[in-house]
Design a protein around this ligand. Structure first.
Ligand code: MN
Ligand code: MN
Length: 448
């Protein structure tokens, strides 16, 4: 067992590389690139290449498979037969943000804008008046992909969505929050000139600096995110303030646990999905067939007994749905029930069920499975707590757990508490991050 001092050193090291991950991965594509780069460094091979060579995969070997640059799964083959099931970590890489529309550029009275459309559950007012950056890709007519990242480097310009000054708009103060900001007025300020040529000036810059023509926006995915780096939070440096910690905190911990796990008995898998914030839909969301198809491919190359269907591999699997939950916030205590809330710095959070109202639309983890995890966590000195997302009938939520549970596998929501969730800058605790990675690793190594 490690000493307190050694653990503190490990915790700070983990927090440091986590902040680097948050800085490099502000979109799902950037995160997938990061995951693949790290996996390759740790000996993971592209499953699609092995498929082409029809090469058998042996226990201890590591493979990855990705799709459209937005979803990726890592596997390490165990010594136990695949049909006995896998230990799976699943997290999501997309975060709430504001997207740039396909016909975005216009000018109005000497000011140039990008027209926008928000993605995921945001509180619109939080995105006004703060420095913003543009990340994403523009795909040209010939298929060339231009990677865009403006607003992060020291001398880069930043962008802003303007708000009305307090001296005007007293009538706005009477409005309901949802009427207070018109989403069509959340356009991004990108230039200014004293005559009617600001749009053409911007077009010139776009072409000269980035080789982007106006019609190229039609085939672009450009995301507006908070500009700037993740940093320590609090006089005691105990927390981290950063964009996209739902769910990149869990994704990072899952990646680190996966890369640290060597020669597992059962096959282990970590999947990083997209589109969770809008219902896990589409080709790269958890509802897609990506995961099943990946298992099909894997089966062909490992020594798999054909007498059982793929559903049995999945039904025999254990999963942690790695996602964040709402941390108890004393400023909004009436929205929580104090005995069943997640607290910052009280460790990994197990949420038996999710959903809204009478638990509708959620997942419900089996008590026997939770008992297994309790044992695993206590044997590995993982600090953990249990929680529901907020007080009953105050709202609620869920993540990818119920989708995986539909295969009949054991799934439980297991992540950490976040303060200021879905705001441009979210807060987590370093200790929770550390315990989460420890817990995920213990799960990969021990659950059977
Ligand atoms: Mn989430
Ligand atoms: Mn979310």
């Amino acid at each position: 067992m490690k000493s307190k001092k050694e653990e503190q050193k490990d915790l700070e090291e983990l927090a440091k590389s986590y902040k680097q991950f948050l800085n490099r991965g502000k979109t799902e594509r950037e995160c997938v690139n990061f995951v693949i780069r790290e996996a390759k460094k740790h000996g993971y091979k592209n499953l699609e290449n092995l498929m082409q060579e029809n090469r058998q995969i042996q226990p201890g070997e590591k493979v990855y498979i990705s799709h459209m640059g937005k979803i990726v799964a890592l596997f390490q083959i165990g010594t136990a037969p695949l049909e006995e099931g896998m230990n799976i970590l699943g997290s999501h890489l997309d975060s709430p943000r504001i997207d740039i529309k396909q016909v975005p550029l216009y000018e109005e009275r000497g000011l140039a804008y990008f027209d926008t459309h928000y993605y995921g559950g945001i509180k619109k007012y939080q995105w006004l008046g703060i420095p913003l950056a543009i990340h994403g890709v523009v795909v040209k007519l010939d298929g060339t992909v231009i990677e865009v990242c403006i607003g992060e480097k020291k001398n880069d310009p930043a962008f802003v969505i303007t708000d009305l000054l307090p001296h005007l708009g007293r009538d706005k103060e009477e409005k309901k929050l949802k009427e207070f900001i018109d989403a069509e007025k959340m356009d991004l300020l990108i230039g200014n000139g004293n005559n009617d040529t600001v749009k053409s000036k911007i077009l010139d810059i776009l072409y000269k600096e980035y080789q982007i023509k106006e019609e190229d926006f039609i085939s672009a995915e450009l995301e507006i995110v908070p500009a700037g780096k993740a940093r320590d939070c609090g006089l005691d440096y105990s927390m981290i303030l950063g964009y996209g910690q739902d769910d990149r905190s869990c994704a990072f911990a899952a990646l680190r646990a996966m890369l640290e796990c060597e020669n597992p008995k059962r096959t282990i898998c970590t999947i990083f999905v997209d589109k969770e914030e809008i219902g896990s839909v589409g080709a790269t969301g958890m509802h897609s067939k990506f995961f099943e198809n990946s298992i099909q491919s894997l089966k062909k190359l490992v020594n798999f007994k054909e007498y059982k269907e793929k559903e049995m591999i999945l039904q025999n699997s254990f999963m942690l749905s790695c996602d964040v939950t709402a941390a108890y916030d004393p400023m909004y205590s009436e929205y929580f029930e104090s005995r069943n809330s997640a607290y910052l710095s009280k460790g990994l959070v197990l949420s038996k069920f999710s959903g809204k109202g009478g638990k509708s639309g959620g997942n419900d983890a089996n008590a026997e499975y939770i008992a297994k995890l309790r044992q695993c966590f206590s044997q590995n000195n993982v600090i953990y707590q249990t929680a529901e997302l907020g007080a009953v009938d105050r709202g609620g939520g869920g993540t990818i757990a119920y989708i995986m549970a539909s295969y009949g596998m054991q799934v439980v929501d297991c992540g950490i508490g976040v303060l200021n969730m879905h705001a441009p800058w979210e807060v987590i605790s370093k200790l929770d991050l550390y315990e989460m990675k420890k817990g995920y690793l213990a799960f990969l190594n021990n659950i059977k």
